[in-house]
Design a protein around this ligand. Sequence first.
Ligand code: TRP
Ligand code: ZN
Length: 870
Amino acid sequence: MLPKAKYRKDYKKPDFTISDIFLEFRLDPEQTKVTAKTLVHKLNPEATSLRLDGHSFQFASIKLNDADFSNYQQDNESLTLDLSEMSAEKFELEIVTLLSPAHNTSLQGLYQSGDALCTQCEAEGFRQITYMLDRPDVLARYTTRIIADKTKYPFLLSNGNRIRQGELDNGYHWIEWQDPFPKPSYLFALVAGDFDVLRDTFMTKSGREVALELYVDKGNLDRADWAMASLKKSMKWDEERFDLEYDLDIYMIVAVDFFNMGAMENKGLNIFNSKFVLANPQTATDNDYLDVERVIAHEYFHNWTGNRVTCRDWFQLSLKEGLTVFRDQEFSSDTGSRNVNRINNVKFLRAVQFAEDASPMAHPIRPEKVIEMNNFYTVTVYEKGAEVIRMIHTLLGEEKFQAGMKLYIAENDGTAATCEDFVSAMERASGVDLTQFRRWYSQSGTPELTVSDEYDANTLTYRLHVAQMTPSTMDQMDKVNLHIPLRIALYDAAGERQPLKVRGEELASDVLNVTQYEQTFEFSPVYKQPVPALLCEFSAPVKLDFPYTNAQLITLMKFAENGFVRWDAAQMLFANELRQNLQRYQQNQELQLSAELIQALQYLVENYQQDIEVTTLILTLPKETEFAELFKTIDPVGIRVVRSFMQKTIANTLKDAFLRLYNHTQTETYQIDQQSIALRSFNNVCLSYLAFTDFGNTLVAKHYTHANNMTDTLAALALAVQAQLPCRDELLADFEHKWQHDGLVMDKWFAIQATRPDENVLEIVTHLMDHPSFNFNNPNRLRALVGSFCSQNLNAFHMIDGSGYRFLVDILIRLNSSNPQIAARLVEPLIRFARYDNQRQTLMKRGLERLRDVENLSKDLFEKIEKALQ
Ligand code: TRP
Ligand code: ZN
């Protein structure tokens, strides 16, 4: 039977709910016994049957009000109780199930990670533990008793407060936890194992002391401090900016090695991929540090946006994710560099979310149709969702936005809400009409803004003509006009800011409300022909088309007041150079970089001290995957050749400046603060060009040897490989020797290997699947090696003989049964065949067909393959 889709429009309130649940776990990796006692309430008096979700366990027994019960039907994913004889509106169920966590490679439900046992219940993992009304609008109070061998599992953790514990005579012990806050099943968590614990406390602003506990594998305490500091920083920030305080007396975080995603916000007991907890200067790069801080903050912020106010149904996922990403972005921007954060978030959105919108998986931030919910934890729901919240923030301003937040929480605390509840609260608290704006929730695709301008020197009038159009997407043919906030600024040719006036009156806001398909905005007086800065700070997640000249872009890049505008102008310049040269390449002409670009870069390098962070980001040449998004049909070979030409040309023309500044910006001691990071990044971007010059080998080898931190070590190693320097093999071997015992660090090495420019990279990657540090069941290893190869090494994955596609499909066939959630993530590059030439398309489709025909194809893969081949 083919998997069936669910539609948002079909939402119905549940006929029954569960107010209280008592869970008992007798833990054992081979066979765990779960007893679930629930108090069930009938909400719909007409209801005669109760369907509970559940699969992938052994069902042992069911009792209703303490009596054996057999009037039920069972199928692969549910148990339906016939309650036609049952008139009571309240009754108790007791269900016993048997699980084998040691053999659960899906990493959903209860599973084993290393020597520990842990759970992952979002989105629909609880149903792998017991039969349950496993939907987010059923909120229950949980009491959890855990029984386990005391030597193997000295720590037994679950949500809420520890209320009772005791010893048993067989070397077992038990602990009982109670969570006072009603919650949906997806927020349930349990962990058992032996850990090192880092303990601290946080005093809330109302004066309550919260115990903070961070659980890491034994021996990892020297990598735990940063995560703890990040947690305290997040708690403080949420009190200051959002006036939100933590609500329990204890907050626990556990780091595990086997985890499908980044981290999980279970109430009072976050479970993290160890990648987003562990950091010290020897093992983590500056970016790793910032990622740890960001993810710790993200999960903490969910306590209000996700847990206290949760989602009515999974179609509303962006209600908690978009909002929480917005909050973590603001946290990082308030406590670090706003420019760097904005630029990096926009880079990511353009390269990854725009690509998703152009793919068979295109969907609105609030999807209409879902087969497997795990497939909708996407950059669209998360990152575009955050952009939609950011646009509301832009339209309302901070004060009204915060008033909206207050109202949203007051109205929905303790309930399961919808995106509409959020927008409605924002609208009523601010008085700003969001009627048309709501379309962002239901329309998929990336809108295109086509802008042209007109200057009348006689009347001193400047006009901007703005047209919007959203191209059809695979899920939605017809599109409507959106409410798009367009932030602008005007400069003159010398880079002087010009005021924004309409008939002499200075505008109160620099944000234009684009609401029509076509609209003209008129400004006067404007004394000089302006250079417009458009879509400043990326005020909306759209593509912009304006006929800039290189000279105009260079003016903005050098002189704009806003760092984001300067960076974005540079992006457009690079894009123009790439497009022109790709054309030359395809016509067998000689490649060349424009002299004005080189001069402008020279100016930037010389003046790097004006804004070292933005300069570094401008100098960071966009990745191949970023360049690829400029084209409807992607030429992986051409992009590789042209990008590499640009890199080498810039390197060799500006090598004197790069060398001087590289030598000038060396740092001695490793510190992790905004300024030190900025300096290291600049130093490493200089090196990234120098690697491609005559003295590349000497410098890179020296950089590696002298490095006292992972940021510099990895920068050197990656460059040795990218520039194919003679020192490459020695450095790779050295790194491997030093870190082979440490999977997390080896992931960096695997990723570098997977993106090698070498001809025989596929052969290398295939061999590495047998490397002792590799583990097919660990998603981090798979992402580092297989994921990087297929999604970052465009040239090699898209090898014209189809070898890259065959490699991926073979792996996916294995993963389909061991971990379908990860399989469905890794299949992404393959379903995007429409972006390639006919020959590649045919080969890619052939791979997908081979996959479609495997036995027991998971829902996860089925949904994506079906959409792609349809
Ligand atoms: N809610 C989690 C977050 O945003 C996401 C998550 C973690 C998740 N683990 C998962 C989603 C497993 C689906 C399946 O941080
Ligand atoms: Zn989240």
